[in-house]
Design a protein around this ligand. Structure first.
Ligand SMILES: Cc1cc2nc3c(=O)[nH]c(=O)nc-3n(C[C@H](O)[C@H](O)[C@H](O)COP(=O)(O)OP(=O)(O)OC[C@H]3O[C@@H](n4cnc5c(N)ncnc54)[C@H](O)[C@@H]3O)c2cc1C
Length: 600
C-alpha cells in the first residue's frame, strides 16, 4: 500500500476526530491524542484560554463542553499544504462550532495528536464588516435628515458616557486599550477608553528619552493597520506614540484623554459596574457592563524602600520618571538594577559623558539583539518570514500552537545555540563581573518574559560598554543604606552618587485592582501574569496559561488586557470576541475558570 501523504494523514485524523466529537464521545476523541498530547484552546471550545494536558484533561473538557457546542466541523485548511519532518506531521485546520468559526493547527506524532490549537476567529452572524462586507461610507440617494460621518461621530462622542452607557469600559489607553478598542469598534460593541494622559501614545512618549522598541517591526504590528513597509525595524518610542495616536483616531475610538479612573464597584443585583472617573477635571459616573483593566504591566513602579533614602541630597527617581541624560552631565549617577531599562539608561548616560555605575543585585539574562532576531524570532517574524508567505496572523497562531509546557525545551535549544554563537561576548561580560543567567532552566528570554515579565536585557550596545568597563559595574551586592551623597553597599563599600535611578521594575497588574476596585476583589482574582512554572518569581502550581490575562476571572465582568505589542494584537481578538458574545447573549459556558493560588 502506498504511504499516506501528510495531507491525507491530517484529513483522516480530522475526520475521525470530528466523528467522535459529533457523536459526543469524549473518550474516543481523547484517545486520538498521544499520552502526552496537548489541546490549546483560545475560546472556541472552552470560552476560556486553556491548555488541556494529556488525555484525561482533554476528555474531561469535552465531556463538559460538547453538549453545548453544537455540531462541530473540522477540516484541513484548503489554502495550506501540510508537511512532515522529523517524525511530526503538521498542518492548518479550519473549524466551526454552532456559534463560531476559527482556525487551528495540528501536529501528529506516531499517528496520534501531539498538539492541537483551536481558536475562534469570528462569531457567526456577527462577522466584522470588512472585505466584501465593508461599510459603504456614502449613503447614496436623497435623505432630508442626512447627517455626515463627522456629524455622526460628533453625536456619538457627545452622547456616549452621558445619555448612553458604554457596554464596555477600558481603563488605560496604551497599545493594549487601543488594540482592544479597535476590535470592539469593528464588532459594534459600544466602548469608551479612558486614559490618564492627555494624548494617545503618551505612555510611550513619557518613557526615557533614548527608548526604542527592542522587538522588531514584524512582531509589533497593531490590528487592522500594519506598519508600512518603510517603518523602521526598531521604532523610536515617540514614533510609536504617534502611531498609536493615529490608530486611535482613524479607528474611530471613543478615547477620553486626561481622564482618570477614581473607583469602580460591581453591583451584583444589576450586574453592572459603577465607575467614577474624572474627565478634564469633571466627575463622570459610568455604568458599563464589562470592565477591562488595560492599565499596563509596566505601570506600577516598584520603588525599593532603602534605609536612609530620605537623607539623600541628590535627585533620586524610578526609571519610569527618568528624563534622559541631559540634566546629569558632569554628575555621578548610580543606576540600581540590571535589566532592560537599566541598560538603556546607563548607555544613554555614558554617551553623554556621565560617570555612570550600574548596581547589579542579582543575575540577568542577556541576549544580543542580532542573535535574537536571527535565531529566535526570524522564522516567524522577519523579512525572511514575510518572503516565505508567513503573514503576521499565521505567525501569531504558530507561536500560539506550542503549549507552554513544551515551549521551554524548544526555547532551550534556541538559546543553547545563541550561547554557543556568542560565547566570546558572554565570556567578556562575565570577566567584567557581570552576573549572567539564561533562566532557571536555561530556556532564555521568552520564558522569562512569560513567567515573570522581567530579568533580561536585549543587548543593543550597553553590554559592550559594561564589558569594556565604560559603564562601571558593581555586582552581587545590595544596597545597605542610602547616605546624603553616597550608597553604602552590603560588602561595606560606598558608591558616591549625585543621582540615583531605581530601574527596579514594575509591580503586578492586580495592584491596579486593589487601587481602583478593592482589596477584596484584588484578592478574589489573584495574581496576574506568570505560568506557575515554579521558577524564580513565578511560583507554582502549574497553571498552563498566563494568569488572568485575556480570559474570564473570578470576578464576573472584570478582565485584564496587556503585554507586549505582539500579545496586545493577538489576544485582543479573543478578549473582544468574549465581550461581543456576552453583549449578544450568545451562551459562553466557561470551562476551567482559573483558580487563585497567589494574591500578588
Ligand atoms: C522600558 C520599556 C521598554 C519596553 N519595550 C518594549 C518593546 O520593545 N516591545 C514591546 O512590545 N513591549 C515593550 N515594553 C512592554 C510593553 O509593551 C509596554 O509596557 C507597553 O506600554 C504596554 O502597553 P499597555 O497598553 O499594556 O500599557 P501602558 O502603555 O502602560 O498603558 C496603560 C495606560 O493606563 C493608564 N492608566 C493607568 N491607570 C489609570 C487610571 N486610573 N485612569 C486612567 N488611565 C490609567 C496609563 O496612563 C497608561 O497610559 C516595554 C516596557 C518598558 C517599561
Amino acid at each position: 500500500m502506498p504511504e499516506e501523504t501528510p495531507s491525507q494523514t491530517i484529513a483522516h485524523l480530522l475526520e475521525t476526530l470530528q466523528a467522535a466529537l459529533r457523536e459526543g464521545n469524549a473518550a474516543k476523541a481523547a484517545a486520538l491524542f498521544g499520552e502526552d498530547g496537548y489541546w490549546r484552546d483560545l475560546i472556541a471550545f472552552t470560552w476560556n484560554i486553556k491548555t488541556l494536558e494529556g488525555r484525561d484533561q482533554i476528555c474531561a473538557m469535552l465531556q463538559s463542553q460538547l453538549p453545548q457546542l453544537g455540531p462541530i466541523q473540522l477540516r484541513p485548511d484548503p489554502d495550506e499544504t501540510p508537511s512532515q519532518a522529523d517524525g511530526v506531521t503538521q498542518g492548518w485546520i479550519l473549524l466551526e462550532t454552532a456559534v463560531a468559526r476559527g482556525k487551528g493547527y495540528l501536529r501528529l506524532r506516531d499517528g496520534k495528536i501531539w498538539t492541537l490549537l483551536t481558536t475562534a476567529a469570528e462569531l457567526k452572524g456577527h462577522e466584522e464588516p470588512k472585505g466584501v462586507n465593508r461599510p459603504r461610507g456614502a449613503v447614496h440617494g436623497v435623505h432630508t435628515q442626512r447627517r455626515t460621518w463627522k456629524e455622526e461621530r460628533e453625536a456619538e462622542a457627545r452622547e456616549l458616557g452621558y445619555q448612553q452607557q458604554p457596554y464596555c469600559l477600558i481603563i488605560g489607553g496604551g497599545q493594549g486599550g487601543i488594540a482592544l478598542g479597535a476590535r470592539l469598534r469593528q464588532l459594534g460593541v459600544p466602548t469608551i477608553i479612558i486614559e490618564r494622559n492627555e494624548r494617545a501614545g503618551d505612555s510611550w512618549r513619557k518613557r526615557y528619552k533614548s527608548l526604542c522598541l527592542h522587538d522588531p517591526v514584524w512582531y509589533d504590528h497593531l490590528p487592522y493597520i500594519p506598519f508600512p513597509e518603510n517603518w523602521p525595524v526598531f521604532a523610536p518610542k515617540d514614533k510609536i506614540g504617534d502611531w498609536l495616536e493615529m490608530c486611535a483616531k482613524v479607528m474611530e475610538l471613543n478615547y477620553w484623554g486626561s481622564t482618570v479612573c477614581k473607583s469602580a464597584s460591581f453591583d451584583e443585583a444589576t450586574q453592572k459596574w459603577t465607575v467614577v472617573v474624572e474627565r478634564e477635571g469633571k466627575e463622570v459616573v459610568l455604568q458599563p457592563t464589562q470592565l477591562v483593566l488595560a492599565t499596563g504591566m509596566s505601570g506600577k513602579p516598584n520603588v525599593p524602600q532603602f534605609p536612609g533614602a530620605e537623607n539623600f541630597r541628590g535627585d533620586q527617581h524610578h526609571s519610569s520618571r527618568h528624563p534622559g541624560p541631559d540634566p546629569y552631565r558632569g554628575k555621578k549617577v548610580v543606576v540600581v538594577g540590571s535589566n532592560n531599562s537599566a541598560h538603556d539608561i546607563c548607555a544613554a548616560l555614558w554617551e553623554n559623558g556621565v560617570d555612570v555605575t550600574m548596581l547589579q543585585r542579582s543575575s540577568t539574562h542577556i541576549v544580543k539583539s542580532d542573535s535574537l532576531m536571527e535565531l529566535a524570532l526570524g522564522d516567524l517574524y522577519s523579512e525572511r518570514a514575510v518572503a516565505s508567505g508567513l503573514t503576521t496572523g499565521k505567525a501569531d497562531l504558530l507561536f500560539a500552537s506550542i503549549p507552554y509546557k513544551v515551549l521551554p525545551s524548544m526555547q532551550k535549544q534556541v538559546f543553547d545555540k545563541i550561547r554557543e554563537r556568542d560565547a566570546d561576548f558572554y565570556r567578556r561580560l562575565e570577566e567584567a563581573g557581570f552576573l549572567l543567567d539564561f533562566g532557571d532552566d536555561d530556556s532564555g528570554l521568552f520564558m522569562k518574559y512569560l513567567r515573570r515579565g522581567s530579568g533580561y536585557y536585549i543587548d543593543v550596545g550597553a553590554s559592550e560598554l559594561i564589558a569594556e568597563g565604560k559603564i562601571r559595574l558593581k555586582s552581587g551586592v545590595d544596597v545597605k543604606e542610602i547616605r546624603a551623597h553616597s550608597i553604602l553597599l552590603s560588602d561595606g563599600s560606598e558608591l558616591p552618587a549625585d543621582v540615583i535611578v531605581y530601574a527596579t521594575g514594575y509591580g503586578s497588574m492586580n495592584g491596579w485592582t486593589a487601587d481602583l476596585i478593592s482589596h477584596e476583589v484584588a484578592d478574589k482574582v489573584g495574581k496576574c501574569w506568570g505560568l506557575g512554572s515554579a521558577t524564580t518569581k513565578d511560583p507554582g502550581p502549574w497553571e498552563g496559561e498566563q494568569r488572568n490575562m485575556w480570559k474570564p476571572t473570578q470576578q464576573p465582568a472584570l478582565w485584564f488586557h496587556g503585554g507586549n505589542l505582539h500579545q496586545s494584537r493577538h489576544y485582543s481578538l479573543y478578549l473582544a470576541l468574549q465581550l461581543k458574545a456576552r453583549m449578544e447573549g450568545i451562551p459562553t459556558p466557561v470551562y476551567g475558570l482559573q483558580e487563585v493560588h497567589h494574591l500578588r
